[in-house]
Design a protein around this ligand. Structure first.
Ligand SMILES: CC(C)(COP(=O)(O)OP(=O)(O)OC[C@H]1O[C@@H](n2cnc3c(N)ncnc32)[C@H](O)[C@@H]1OP(=O)(O)O)[C@@H](O)C(=O)NCCC(=O)NCCS
Length: 179
């Protein structure tokens, strides 16, 4: 994506209705079981437990583009990460880690102390990312995914450690080159 000398600016902000078309594109390209448009509308408009963000990238002089999204649900001091994805064009640049680190830090500041999520047993890329955060496998949900009957691993981050999140957030990557 980025060429030498180019600056990649990133911005994480709340997901809005105007983002749904682009978010759906990323969802459809990333998952065998994408969410319908109405699910995103519900998260944005109606679900008070929902904390949904997009990450935008901006190359020198270009318009910002939404490169990924995350949806979390807060229940008391727990956050359930419902979905996270980065557009294939922008993967392996550190954007997924940055989005997750900022989102969970924000959650921590709002009183969240435990995070959990489900991930396909075969999804090594995502599991690698979660392990960097300290997520551990806490259980198996057998045949959780309806498309192919694959098991889900239930991974939990307990307790959320803000220092570790800060370090992950600050990690130098093409998406976070520093000033
Ligand atoms: C999982 C996902 C969000 C990671 O986003 P990303 O921006 O490419 O990830 P990053 O560049 O921030 O990488 C963070 C870490 O994830 C792991 N990782 C990411 N992609 C990987 C890959 N293809 N193979 C192995 N490890 C990978 C690595 O541990 C990486 O750390 P490193 O760069 O120090 O090696 C992205 O691959 C994606 O959108 N996948 C499809 C949707 C999905 O599976 N979402 C998770 C559902 S539970």
């Amino acid at each position: 994506m980025s060429k030498p000398g180019e600056t990649v600016q990133t911005r994480i902000r709340r997901m809005e209705l105007k983002d749904i078309q682009r978010v759906r594109e990323i969802d459809v390209a990333s998952f065998a079981l994408p969410w319908p448009e109405r699910s995103y509308r519900f998260e944005i408009l109606e679900n008070p437990a929902s904390h949904s963000y997009v990450i935008e990238v901006e190359l020198d002089g270009d318009k910002p583009v939404i490169a990924g999204m995350i949806v979390m649900w807060f229940i008391l001091d727990e956050a359930h990460i419902g979905t996270i994805a980065i557009d294939e064009t922008y993967r392996r640049l550190g954007l997924g880690r940055l989005l997750l680190a900022e989102s969970v830090l924000d959650a921590y500041q709002r009183g969240i102390r435990i995070c959990y999520l489900e991930v396909r047993r075969s999804n090594q890329a995502a599991q690698g990312m979660y392990e960097q955060f300290g997520f551990q496998v806490a259980g198996i949900r057998p045949r959780y995914y309806k498309d192919n009957g694959e098991d889900a691993l239930l991974m939990t981050l307990k307790p959320v450690q803000p220092e570790r999140l800060e370090a992950l957030r600050r990690r130098r990557t093409p998406a976070n080159p520093g000033k």
